[in-house]
Design a protein around this ligand. Structure first.
Ligand SMILES: [Fe+2]
Ligand SMILES: [Fe+2]
Length: 378
């Protein structure tokens, strides 16, 4: 039985818990515990911190170190046995283990598929998105819409949609990064899962009907029943379109001081996020660009889509190159650097910002000290 610890000088202020233990109180606490109760003031300062305190560590997963292991999984386990043959990215901390979180509300893993393989059709409450890292001839089918997948494409499998994946017989071994909101769904205790009555869905529409219908900027099909689903009808965002849009954005102005040139993958119907619980961005850093530091609520997983550089996260430097993955936990200072003198660097990222925004919890703050740059502490 210990008394309430004062860990922050501000906890001595009126309005915070500062109760000293006494024999009478210790006896009282014992009585409470026997009745499945406790005194709030014993926990208040810990569960109501002055500002968000993440339990997650910034973590870097080097693709060069993981790729062989991911390929090895394809020799050891069949996708129809595994359901999904995914090597899960685990945070470099003890946080979130009960929900297999990589950071905050996010789950992520690397999925590999060989030519001719399929992942059996299923659906779940969790939303999923994919970022294609390498390969060719891969596809996914979402509620009967079959879309082809190419390197650096961003792909949706929104919550509650039947989906299955595969690689055509003449395709290449394909690897992509999955991102799901499994930790959020399980924390909310609202996660359902179903398997499709057949092994795979039959494509009900022309192949790539989604990007062919909704992929032109500012244009949506006329004379068709209005899209009424709560997610984007554009199920795949092509890299060539995204890259072109970033270079166009560069011509339009100076970009963002914290992220360089950054685009949000949006729902073309309403301009909102592509899905309700997870969002994603692609950003471009100019040669030698060093962004200023900021921090915000919400968790982010990054995947370097091209180029090389480093990010300073919570005062530590993390070097990255193509397809290295790293995370930035909530309310941790971060800034990004492109170390190339003549090549742009590209960072794909996905996040839980839609949840933060929907609940009015998104808060962002610039670093004012040291002209907006962190001091590297290790
Ligand atoms: Fe799935
Ligand atoms: Fe940020």
């Amino acid at each position: 039985m210990t008394e309430t610890k004062i860990t922050d000088p501000r906890d001595k202020l009126r309005g915070r818990s500062n109760v000293k233990d006494s024999p009478e109180l210790i006896d009282f606490y014992d009585k409470l515990e026997k009745k499945s109760t406790t005194a709030f003031w014993r926990r208040a300062n810990e569960i109501e911190p002055w500002e968000p305190i993440t339990r997650y560590n910034p973590t870097l997963w080097r693709y060069g170190e993981l790729r062989d292991l991911v390929l090895q999984s394809a020799e050891l386990v069949k996708p129809e046995e595994a359901g999904r043959r995914v090597i899960v990215l685990m945070n470099d901390s003890d946080a979130g283990r009960e929900h297999t979180a990589c950071v905050g509300w996010l789950f992520s893993g690397l999925q590999v598929m060989k030519p001719g393989e399929i992942t059996p059709a299923h659906k779940h409450t969790a939303s999923a998105q994919r970022f294609i890292m390498e390969g060719g001839g891969a596809y996914t089918v979402v509620d009967g819409h079959q879309v082809t997948l190419n390197k650096n494409d961003y792909v949706l499998t929104p919550n509650g949609c039947w989906h299955d994946h595969g690689v055509f017989d003449d395709g290449k071994v394909s690897i992509w990064q999955d991102g799901l909101d499994i930790p959020l769904m399980n924390s909310l205790e609202t996660n359902f899962y179903s398997v499709y009555p057949e092994e795979t869905q039959k494509a009900e529409y022309n192949i790539d009907d989604s990007p062919l219908s909704y992929g032109a900027p500012g244009l949506i099909p006329a004379g068709r029943k209005p899209w009424d689903k709560p997610y984007s009808p554009l199920l795949v965002y092509r890299w060539e379109d995204t890259k072109k849009a970033l270079y166009n954005l560069e011509k339009a102005g100076d970009g963002c001081p914290y992220d360089g040139y950054i685009l949000r993958y949006s729902n073309p119907i309403d301009g909102g996020w592509a899905m309700k619980t997870m969002g994603a961005h692609m950003q471009m850093l100019r040669p030698n660009q060093h962004t200023k530091a900021h921090r915000h609520t919400g968790n982010v997983m990054y995947n370097c889509a091209g180029g090389k550089g480093y990010s300073i996260i919570g005062g530590q430097r993390y070097d990255w190159q193509e397809h290295d993955i790293f995370c930035i936990p909530s309310w941790v200072w971060h800034e990004h650097v492109n170390t190339s003198k003549n090549e742009e660097a590209f960072l794909y990222s996905f996040n839980d910002f839609p949840v933060m925004e929907a609940l009015n919890l998104y808060i962002e703050e610039p670093l004012d000290d040291n002209n907006g740059y962190q001091v590297i502490i290790s």
